[in-house]
Design a protein around this ligand. Structure first.
Ligand SMILES: Cc1ncc(COP(=O)(O)O)c(C=O)c1O
Length: 407
């Protein structure tokens, strides 16, 4: 028997998703609709199918063209996309690579990070920011975040610097640039390169400068759900430094300068030509999609301002936030998520475990209490549905259901 059946309205939503992690109780729409005349609306967390509907024909012709030429690796589409994405990011160079994680790895390597070195990383981020440090034998050193933005707290960076620190890697989390003025000033004082993790921030700006153009180099991810996503995995490193660009071009393709001339021991980290072609087609829509995300975020902000029990994050002055995710804070988070799941609203948590407490990093020796802000956020965050195709009606419905859940 379904866990929802036979329950009264008031007790139904908190209980119906209990023990069903992320799944929606299929009987809830029928039960709620019948008992209350309520109109239930399915609200997906992201909607990649809507994008595919408008661009499907373009994808088909790009596929046909590439297959007819068998232009699968290092082709003209890759070169074209690299030029377009460099210009879009306000950088002289973009080098397409296989994933955002590899983009970080190659950027750290090109900046001179190696075994035994340290890289300063926010503790509140996706694991890849730190993982790429570990992949090259270096050690991530975590720094807590700001409660009001969830981005790295620049006031804590300096005390984390040691004689082994070889890079600082701020993340433009959820699509909002980190405080780059403060971060770059510290980096400059200590002569340490900054590698931006811009994997969630395609098109974001900090005081007139595009995310990705402020540090020595930056990493982007084109994972399908990103603001600019491939039809599979992809990534890019962007930089204004010609030597860094040359090193990354070598490293991503077996260290090859020319065929079988291997200057360094490299990797097989190329961006597929086909993905580059899809990304070029999608890049033309990115600004419009980012505007739609911003409109949705502004609507959420305005409506949630009147909802007691829901805290929204702050957008800092003079930035362009591209709202990869729309994150709020509530008490009793898991119960609230369950209630939303029962109302057919998909949500996420970014991130449920701060990196210092994730089992993969137990060996670093951190413990509970080391990063109190990130630990508190991890217990209270919910990411609401956010994508360029979110309708006003869907936003109103999410806010209505959320207000009821927290009341
Ligand atoms: C902040 C951040 N860094 C790095 C990555 C890694 O990107 P990819 O999944 O393309 O390797 C992601 C992807 O989710 C991310 O969100």
């Amino acid at each position: 028997m379904d866990a929802c059946e036979g329950l009264e309205w008031d007790s139904l939503r908190p209980r119906c998703a209990a023990g069903r992690q992320g799944s929606v109780c299929r009987d809830v729409p029928r039960i709620l609709g019948a008992s209350r005349g309520a109109v239930l609306m399915k609200v997906p967390f992201v909607d990649l199918k809507a994008q595919a509907e408008s661009l499907g024909a373009t994808y088909g012709s790009l596929l046909e063209s590439i297959v007819s030429r068998a232009a699968y690796t290092m082709g003209p589409e890759l070169k074209k996309f690299e030029e377009e994405f460099a210009a879009y990011s306000g950088c002289a160079y973009a080098i397409g690579v296989s994933t955002g994680t590899d983009a970080l790895k190659l950027a750290y390597l090109a900046a001179g990070v190696g075994p035994g070195d340290e890289v300063i990383v926010p503790v509140n981020t996706f694991i890849a920011t730190a993982e790429a440090v570990s992949h090259i034998g270096a050690r991530p050193v975590f720094v807590d975040c700001l409660a009001e933005t969830a981005n790295i707290d620049p006031n804590l960076i300096e005390s984390a610097i040691t004689g082994r620190t070889k890079a600082i890697a701020p993340v433009h989390l959820y699509g909002q640039p980190a405080d780059m003025d403060a971060t770059l000033a510290i980096a400059q004082r200590h002569n340490i390169p900054v590698i931006e993790d811009a994997c969630q921030a395609h098109g974001a700006e900090h005081r007139g400068r595009r995310a990705g153009s402020m540090g020595l180099a930056a990493a982007f991810s084109f994972y399908p759900g990103k603001n600019l996503g491939a039809l599979g995995d992809g990534g890019a490193v962007v930089t204004n430094d010609g030597d860094i660009a040359t090193r990354i071009r070598l490293l991503r393709n077996h260290g090859q300068e020319d065929k079988y001339t291997h200057r360094v021991v490299g990797y097989c980290d190329r961006l597929h030509n086909l993905q580059a072609a899809f990304l070029s087609a999608k890049l033309a829509h990115l600004d419009a999609w980012n505007v739609s995300r911003r409109t949705a975020a502004n609507r959420y902000d305005a409506m949630l301002a009147d909802v007691p029990g829901v805290q929204t994050l702050r957008v800092i002055d003079d930035v362009v936030h591209v709202h990869h995710l729309y994150v709020i804070l509530v008490d009793d988070r898991d119960r609230v998520r369950e209630a939303l799941a029962c109302a057919e609203i998909e949500t996420g948590i970014h991130y449920p475990v701060p990196l210092h407490l994730t089992p993969a990093y137990a060996s670093l020796g951190y413990s509970v209490g080391d990063f109190p802000v990130a630990e508190s956020l991890a217990e209270r965050t919910i990411s609401l549905p956010m994508h360029p195709h979110l309708s006003s009606a869907q936003i109103e419905y999410v806010v209505e259901q959320l207000a009821e859940a927290v009341s």
